[in-house]
Design a protein. Structure first.
Length: 726
């Protein structure tokens, strides 16, 4: 450190200010201060009628030290609260007391203290006396689990002020208490309340829980009772046991009964008497601070009344600042020298407000000499063994979503209509764009210099039009990339065109009217981002007009269509074809690194790396037995032989099947595929009718009806056989 000091004095100053000198020891030349008196300063006036200053749960031990411009309103129904909560500690189950010393009368270590608590059968530690100083909350919880060999978990408070659970099993990670089933049942758990969380924390503790409550010097009744009341059923079934270090035990014996003998058995009544004495001493020690804050408030408020035009007048502003700014630096003589000083209330005799004059008159009765000067500055000298909790205020800044203007659909272009009629696509037209030219215009595509390939995969102009791009950030369009949903495929020219749903909606009626004269197929597609969506890769899910089942598609179409849409899953055979596609170094600079970034843009909030496409991006090998391939094979396995469907079937589906389904309300239609590929149809309604006719009393008539039914059924079967064979 000394060698580095020669190079940078600023580092030395930073080290001294941050690590050597404590924050309370720092002083500045002047100071501007405010106190609790400034919060309710308008209380009692007309301006304060619309809003009241409220308090919170706690005792009123220091109500006589509250600012004079506020008055506590004790509800009649709660006047007995202070005595009532103390009576809880006088019950027989709460009278136990123990000193944390070893056989040499030395203070126990934290580990030995946990052993002592364990020997008493206690699983809840309320450290209101800040006995635990050298061990963190989580480390103490783990240490306590080692001492207690039966508890399955321990609850502690993390730096985020939330209760967390650390398990005995090292394989389990720490979990927030509210996310576990232990939140409503802490029967078999250890619970540790550090000093910073002995107030304002509420956990559902067992009904018969016992807690260890630590004590410390200068601990007041309010802090102790707030800590004890973490046991919400302390009045009825729950109990506490007091644990005190040797210095506290000596202080209790010193206060109670004029120095209790060393062998006197101390119980909770002695502790309560000692707490009341400590509370009174704390209030006495705070009287100089109370008077100083009151006088300062009266002086500042009177200055504001004296110089009301300080905003416009420089002289008034200068005079006001002389009163508001107070010196903070003090010499050693001022701090530790002669403490006899003049009254701090001198100069506050002539107040411009009668209300302020009443405050100063009452404060003069509290005016005390410098006998408390040593107590005021004693905090600088004495060793501080209290836990400090940093209070942070979280301010949420709401970020409103940005709304962009959507582009209107311009209608079906003539180029797409020509492609629909002739099956040939004019690739030089401005209404058409190559798929990888479209990708190259994105931020990821431009980064990897993606160019066109020699494939025949194109997108329409409308596919790239979504919102009006702002001039200052043209990359916003990457957040509004369209999904691939409809593909126009021309088998004769081996050309594919990706269109948008609006264009497909206009083409569907034309495709239905054209019947068998069309040159293209409209294929429904969705990027397989889950295992169940793998059949979309085969391009046979739905098409208009239907694509023959024996039709084949080129490998480049399936691969590049999957890249454009951002698919994640494929079956094993197709996965090998995709690997070969990347090994062949296709034109267009389509690399694995580009694919990884592109999938991240296309598949937001999806895990890319643990998918078949993620394996390709990382150049990892895979086998047919990998989980995603095995499950895909199970889902995609056909259960019945495929039945060829052509234009005639489409007519029947449009006309005859709808009539049969509407007329056949009582029965269901079943179709069975036999091993040789033939089809048989059964009508459950006919079977039910024949069964009812068999139950009739006239056997001859029923036989004739059965014969007629069989003849009708055979006629229908022959008709259906002709339809499906065709």
């Amino acid at each position: 450190m000394s060698s580095f000091d020669k190079l940078s004095r600023a580092v030395a100053n930073y080290y001294m200010n941050r690590f050597v000198f404590q924050p309370y020891a720092r002083q500045f030349t002047i100071k501007l201060q405010a106190s609790a008196w400034d919060i309710p300063q308008n209380s009692g006036e007309e301006t304060a009628r619309a809003a009241r200053t409220t308090g919170f749960s706690g005792t009123n031990d220091n109500k006589y030290l509250m600012p004079m411009n506020i008055e506590q309103e004790d509800l009649p129904g709660l006047l007995q609260t202070n005595a009532e909560v103390l009576s809880y500690l006088l019950q027989p189950r709460n009278r136990k007391y123990s000193v944390l010393v070893d056989h040499n009368l030395w203070r126990l270590s934290e580990h030995d203290m946990l052993k002592t608590i364990h020997d008493q059968g206690i699983r809840i530690l309320i450290d209101s006396g800040a006995y635990i100083l050298e061990t963190g909350n989580r480390d103490l919880a783990k240490l306590w689990l080692q001492v207690d060999g039966q508890a399955q978990a321990a609850v502690y408070f993390h730096s985020d002020n939330r209760a967390w659970v650390v398990y005995r099993d090292p394989a389990k990670r720490d979990t927030p208490l509210l996310a576990t089933r232990l939140a409503n049942n802490l029967e078999n758990c250890l619970v540790y309340f550090d000093e910073a969380h002995t107030r304002g924390v509420d956990l559902k503790l067992p009904e018969n829980a016992r807690a260890a409550l630590t004590l410390a010097l200068k601990q007041t009744k309010d802090n102790t009772m707030q800590a004890a009341m973490r046991l919400r059923q302390l009045r009825t079934t729950q109990s506490v046991m007091f644990f005190a270090p040797p210095e506290v035990d000596m202080s209790i014996r010193d206060v109670c009964c004029n120095r209790l003998p060393i062998n006197t058995h101390i119980e909770s009544p002695h502790v309560i008497f000692w707490l009341l004495e400590q509370t009174c001493r704390a209030n006495e020690d705070l009287q100089p601070l109370f008077q100083a804050q009151g006088n300062d408030f009266c002086r500042r408020t009177n200055a504001l009344l004296k110089y009301p035009d300080y905003v416009t007048s420089k002289d008034s502003k200068r005079n006001l600042l002389k009163i508001l700014q107070q010196p903070e630096h003090q010499t050693l003589m001022q701090m530790y020298g002669d403490t006899s000083r003049s009254s701090t209330s001198q100069g506050l005799k002539n107040m411009l407000s009668s209300r302020l004059q009443g405050f100063t008159n009452r404060l003069s009765q509290y005016d005390i000499s410098g006998v408390y000067q040593a107590d005021i500055f004693g905090e600088v000298e004495q060793e501080q063994e209290r836990e400090l909790e940093v209070q942070l205020e979280t301010q949420r800044e709401t970020e409103r979503p940005v709304h962009y203007q959507a582009l209107n659909y311009l209608g079906l272009s003539a180029t797409i209509l020509d492609f629909f009629k002739a099956g040939k696509l004019n690739t030089t037209d401005k209404e058409i764009r190559h798929a990888f030219d479209y990708i190259g215009a994105t931020e990821v595509g431009a980064k990897h210099d993606i160019k066109n390939t020699d494939s025949r995969l194109f997108v329409s102009k409308e596919f790239g039009r979504t919102i009006e791009l702002p001039l200052n950030d043209p990359t916003v369009g990457d957040r509004f990339l369209r999904p691939v949903e409809w593909v126009l495929w021309s088998p004769s020219t081996q050309t594919a065109l990706v269109i948008i749903p609006e264009e497909a909606e206009l083409l569907i009626p034309k495709l239905r009217l054209a019947r068998g004269k069309v040159k293209v197929h409209l294929i429904a597609y969705a990027a397989p981002i889950t295992r169940a969506m793998v059949p979309f890769n085969h391009l046979l899910y739905y098409s208009l007009p239907p694509v023959p089942l024996n039709a084949t598609f080129p490998v480049w179409l399936k691969v590049e269509l999957g890249i454009l849409s951002g698919r994640l899953y494929a079956d094993f055979e197709e996965w090998k074809l995709i690997c070969d596609y990347f090994k062949g170094s296709p034109k267009g600079n389509i690399s694995r690194g580009f694919l990884l970034e592109w999938l991240g843009v296309r598949c937001r909030a999806h895990d890319v790396l643990h998918t078949p496409m993620g394996y390709i991006c990382l150049d990892r090998t895979a086998t047919e037995m990998d989980p995603f391939f095995v499950q895909i094979a199970t889902v995609a396995a056909p259960t019945i032989p495929a039945i060829p469907v052509e234009d005639a079937v489409e007519e029947i589906e449009d006309e005859k099947w709808e009539e049969e389904e509407s007329d056949d309300e009582d029965g269901s239609l079943y179709i069975d595929a036999t091993k040789d590929g033939s089809v048989e149809k059964y009508d459950s309604a006919e079977e039910d009718d024949s069964a009812e006719e068999d139950d009739s009393a006239e056997e001859d008539d029923s036989a004739e009806e059965d014969d007629s039914d069989e003849e009708n059924g055979s006629d229908e079967e022959s008709d259906s056989d002709e339809i499906y064979e065709k």
